[in-house]
Design a binder for this molecule. Structure first.
Ligand code: HEC
Length: 131
């Protein structure tokens, strides 16, 4: 009975069934940019564009990785964000996206936070891939 299943089907089955295992072990997890883009579309795109110069309710996140907080010239930030002194390194983005109100108390990003660390990792890798 096993012989009738083409080996390519079996390989696919194994790859798919092992995927959650691979993702669960965060040490071996390679960031998934496409998933990060999906997370961005679902969670952030309502307020943010990744196009340079395009601000929505929030500032453009084009090339956000590594730049100083509150540095989009024509966006009106909260005083809290202006005074935060944050540089958007991956760890800072992670803390902010996980809990904006805790990372920048008094900030004006009305977002409750993204609880899933795995989603945040892919999202931040996606943001880091934008030039
Ligand atoms: C409801 C609208 C809204 C949503 C949803 C939202 N943001 Fe924001 N975001 C804002 C606003 C408004 C600010 C400006 C905050 C301030 O000035 O305190 C901001 C600021 C930021 C900043 C700082 C940018 C800079 O120029 O310093 C980052 C990074 C950021 N958001 C990332 C995200 C990510 C990633 C998501 C999705 C997980 C997200 N935001 C979801 C509205 C939003």
């Amino acid at each position: 009975m096993f012989r009738r299943i083409p080996s390519s089907t079996l390989r696919l089955f194994m790859a798919v069934s092992l995927m959650p295992l691979a993702c669960g072990a965060s040490v071996t997890h390679a960031a998934d940019l496409r998933h990060g883009e999906e997370v961005f579309a679902q969670e952030c795109a309502e307020c943010h564009s990744v196009r340079e110069g395009k601000n929505k309710k929030g500032p453009s996140l084009s090339a956000v990785a590594g730049r100083k907080a509150a540095s989009v010239a024509d966006f009106v930030y909260s005083d809290a964000m202006k005074q935060s002194g944050i540089v958007w390194a991956p760890a800072a983005l992670d803390a902010y996206v996980a809990n904006p109100r805790k990372a920048v108390p008094g900030g004006k990003m009305k977002y409750d936070g993204l609880a899933d660390a795995h989603d945040r990792e892919d999202l931040i890798a996606y943001l880091g891939s934008l030039k």
